[in-house]
Ligand binder design. Structure first.
Ligand SMILES: *Cc1c(COP(=O)(O)O)cnc(C)c1O
Length: 399
């Protein structure tokens, strides 16, 4: 199969040495080799967060995608206290949904998808209600919006609430200053801007807060956050069988980022995002949100009215390019282009060239084989010779 270029918010194209790391030696997770591996991963995770008082924090690794880390926080931290979820998109809503399952005192302050969190409203809500815990998403992946950690952190602290954050899609791409933003716990994933395979997630948290979880009611066995903390603290292990090969891969990707330098890694993602954005603006495309509010991992682009997203995506796929469709209320309205993982500037130029051709193929004069039109969609079957021409194009472009 031809290599697919994953211009998605994750999964990503992983580095060659990460591919090699996943098939390292076979080890047992109850033996010393694993203790060393988990310690190495934890140390590197804490370095990734550039925590100054590193002895105040720990990172636990959970086998499961980002949602597992979110559910472990939401099922282990709240007890019967009051939690407020701030939401301005799909992933904020998911936090709310998970929290409602585990916590009867779950409150929601929601804003329209793609809108910024209104700080005055957040402040007023916290002043008027007795909230113990605030939960939010850092990078709301469904719109591409980066939410203001530091400001929400300050408001939470002023009002005596603990802050927990879903950093699943921003970790590795943006600065997350847990100390300055007063974050007690945050969740993260291996498969987004950390640039490894999907399947592992991790929670970074303050040791004093981890310790407090000991007396909390247990709402989940597998995702019991205190248990993960207890096991890493006492045994340098995990409570259940971890995905060891994925830990080898995670260790390697963290080595790659730390060797390159965290700020260099962030800067290179920003450069790639900017190159993509400038290129797409040149093609006349419009973005869903303001560039200043965007995270550097992806761009959410409004789909021109005459274009059907599914066939648009299919045409890019024929050029080995994978993009994302919009979710929820953005379905059929936007597409998303990620720039994380092993995507080179050449790959980005190839993407922009391919995108231009695909967009042009939707111009009314170029659509010759329309079989059906309705108000919102154009469904057409390309003739076979057109198909083979496109394949040739793709082959030439890749050469
Ligand atoms: C991807 C993502 C998640 C987790 O999704 P999984 O499918 O479990 O990996 C959670 N929050 C945000 C903001 C995300 O982008």
């Amino acid at each position: 199969m031809e290599k697919l270029l994953l211009f998605t918010p994750g999964p990503v194209n992983v580095a060659e040495n990460v591919k090699a790391a996943i098939s390292k030696e076979d080890i047992c997770h109850r033996e010393a080799e694993f203790d060393v591996l988990l310690q190495s991963v934890e140390n590197k995770l804490l370095q990734l967060f550039e925590i100054k008082t590193i002895s105040d924090y720990r990172a636990v690794v959970i086998t499961g995608s980002g949602t597992a880390a979110n559910e472990s926080m939401l099922s282990s931290i709240v007890g019967d206290k009051n939690i407020l979820i701030l939401s301005n998109g799909e992933f904020g809503e998911r936090l709310h949904k998970i929290s409602k399952i585990h916590n009867k005192n779950t409150f929601l302050l929601d804003f329209a998808w793609g809108e910024t969190l209104n700080l005055e409203k957040v402040e007023a809500y916290l002043q008027e209600h007795d909230i113990d815990i605030v939960a939010m998403v850092h990078h709301e992946t469904s719109s591409g919006m980066l939410n203001p950690l530091e400001k929400i952190g300050a408001l939470s602290k002023e009002n005596g609430a603990m802050l927990i954050v879903d950093c699943v899609s921003s970790t590795g791409a943006e600065v997350i200053n847990m100390e300055k933003c007063h974050i007690s716990f945050c969740s993260n994933s291996s498969s987004k801007a950390v640039c490894s395979y999907p399947g592992l997630s991790f929670v970074v948290g303050r040791i004093d807060e981890f310790e407090k979880l000991k007396d909390m009611p247990v709402k989940s066995t597998y995702l019991n956050l205190y248990n993960f903390y207890h096991f890493i603290k006492i045994y340098s292990q995990t409570p259940n069988t971890p995905a060891v090969p994925l830990l080898f891969a995670l260790e390697q990707t963290l080595i790659n980022i730390l060797d390159k330098g965290i700020s260099n890694h962030h800067a290179s993602l920003r450069d790639k995002a900017n190159t993509l954005r400038q290129g797409m603006l040149k093609l006349g495309l419009k973005f869903l949100i303001d560039e200043k509010d965007m995270c550097c991992v992806l761009t959410t682009v409004k789909i021109p009215l005459h274009i059907d997203v599914t066939s648009f995506r299919q045409k890019l796929r024929e050029k080995s390019i994978i993009i994302y469709e919009g979710k929820g209320c953005f379905k059929d309205k936007v597409f998303q282009v990620g720039n994380i993982g092993e995507l080179s500037f050449d790959d980005i130029q190839f993407f922009l060239k391919s995108l231009e051709k695909v967009l042009r193929s939707f111009d009314p004069v170029n659509i010759k084989n329309i079989t059906h039109i309705n108000a919102s969609r154009l469904i057409f079957t390309p003739a076979n010779d057109e198909e083979s021409k496109r394949k040739n194009f793709a082959a030439q472009d890749k050469a």
